[in-house]
Design a protein around this ligand. Structure first.
Ligand code: SF4
Length: 150
């Protein structure tokens, strides 16, 4: 399971397949990571420095974090893609095809001047998260998306 959690400044990634429940996150930022709550991650309840430092101590790599840089990432179901916007400017997209077998991500791209901000990962995660919530199988031929999925 892949999930995204965001506040106005940061975006947190969580991949349950990597998590081996060492619970370093729960002790590091108990308000953020609470396994008795659904969803168990809430990035609005502690300061960003505490959340960031806690995520850096996750031993499995299940957690990741990037700054938002004011970029919004949404899913555009009508056009089979996720899209990143800086205000009204489209700065990246992740496209997937749809078949009876599920969704397949075949292309991920971010404008060169917006590179290095974690936007591509957010785009791929958004598609995967949406597919998982809809109980649709998800795969990829895009090499970047394959890397994220691994
Ligand atoms: S610290 Fe990482 S591996 Fe441990 S429970 Fe939290 S997310 Fe999972």
């Amino acid at each position: 399971m892949h999930r995204l959690y965001e506040n106005s400044d940061i975006v947190v990634f969580w991949n349950s397949e990597k998590c081996f429940h060492a619970k370093k996150c729960v002790t590091g930022s108990p308000k953020t990571f609470d396994i008795t709550r659904k969803p168990w991650i809430d990035v609005t309840l502690a300061d960003n420095a505490e959340i960031w430092q806690t995520i850096e101590k996750c031993p499995s790599g299940a957690l990741g974090v990037v700054y938002r840089h004011g970029i919004d990432v949404i899913v555009d179901l009508d056009n089979n893609r996720s899209v990143a916007y800086d205000g009204k400017l489209e700065v990246g997209e992740c496209d997937y095809s749809v078949s009876e077998k599920g969704w397949t991500i075949y292309h991920t791209e971010v404008r060169e001047e917006y590179g290095g901000k974690g936007i591509a990962k957010r785009l791929v995660y958004k598609v995967i998260e949406t597919a998982e919530k809809k109980h649709v199988s998800i795969g990829a031929t895009c090499s970047y998306a394959i890397k994220v999925m691994e």
